[in-house]
Design a protein around this ligand. Structure first.
Ligand code: SF4
Length: 283
């Protein structure tokens, strides 16, 4: 089998130095490894939203769907339910996923649908030239907040722990090899995988000098210890000068949404008994 050319010839319009290139090439390397293992790439679907990140659907040569703003997860959920044999990867932005699509994110984690969600968290709306997002730091000055934001950012890792996600990780676009391990691990994980990627926006949030001295590798952490994972998640709240853990924060196994949604035979009287019990409970 001739290896597929994974980068398309579409004109790339990301800014020089953009962290989206790292995520694109990380995914490309993971897909190439998959092909080398003899697995077909026809079984992989990439779903993207709206924003700079979304162009990845144009730049990677695999099945892909460009969706609406904030709607990557419901589209990906529909794809997975229609054909559970597919490997479904969602790329979305922090504005896309933590603002417009926040409710979908919480429910995907709660349901444990078997998707891999990669959040290109550049902490700014880059495509629309620099408005603040839910993870922008307090006081962030952008096009919509020239005097600085009056909101604290929220902590998506803590949110995912509280929502029941079964694979929670944080990567950084200046650490490509660890990022590859986290994303490949998320794809291999059976259930909802959440990878928050601190992505450099070279134009509107060039935060490499901020991240550089603060990030550290989360070696030796017990990923099955929920309380310890909460502790690590709270070390950095996306606003302070604390150190920033990179790596796999939490993982557990649980039945997936699509497994629980499989049709099962219903005994003749089971439905009637359930309705009768429901009616009785209301009287
Ligand atoms: Fe990348 Fe930021 Fe440019 Fe968008 S605006 S392409 S996120 S550097």
């Amino acid at each position: 089998m001739t290896p597929r050319t994974l980068i398309t010839d579409a004109q790339n319009t990301w800014c020089p130095g953009c962290g989206n290139f790292t995520i694109q090439h990380t995914l490309k390397n993971i897909l190439a490894d998959r092909e080398k293992e003899g697995k077909s790439l026809d079984d992989v679907v990439l779903v993207s939203g709206i924003g700079c990140h979304a162009k990845i659907a144009d730049y990677l040569n695999i099945n892909s769907v460009y969706t609406l703003h904030g709607r990557t997860i419901p589209v990906a959920t529909g794809i997975k339910l229609a054909n559970p044999n597919l490997t479904v990867i969602c790329c979305c932005g922090d504005g896309d996923c933590y603002a417009e699509g926040l409710d979908h994110l919480v429910f995907a984690a709660k349901r444990n649908i078997d998707l891999t969600l990669i959040v290109h968290n550049n902490r700014v709306y880059g495509l629309t030239t620099g408005q603040y997002t839910p993870t922008s730091p307090l006081g962030f000055r952008g096009k919509s907040t020239p005097l600085g934001t009056a909101e604290y950012p929220f902590n998506p890792i803590e949110l995912m722990l509280a929502s029941g996600a079964t694979y929670i990780a944080r990567g950084y676009t200046r650490k490509m090899d660890p990022l590859k391990k986290l994303i490949a691990g998320g794809i291999a994980h059976h259930g909802f995988s959440f990878i928050d990627v601190l992505q450099i926006c070279a134009t509107f949030f060039p935060a490499a000098d901020y991240y550089g001295p603060r990030v550290y590798d989360l070696a030796g952490h017990d990923t099955g210890d929920f309380e310890a994972s909460c502790h690590v998640a709270r070390e950095w709240d996306y606003n302070t000068d604390a150190r920033i853990a990179l790596g796999l924060l939490y993982r557990r196994q649980a039945p997936t949404f699509e497994e629980k949604m499989q049709p099962r035979p219903v005994a003749a009287n089971e439905r009637q008994e359930a309705i009768t019990a429901l009616l009785k409970s209301r009287t």
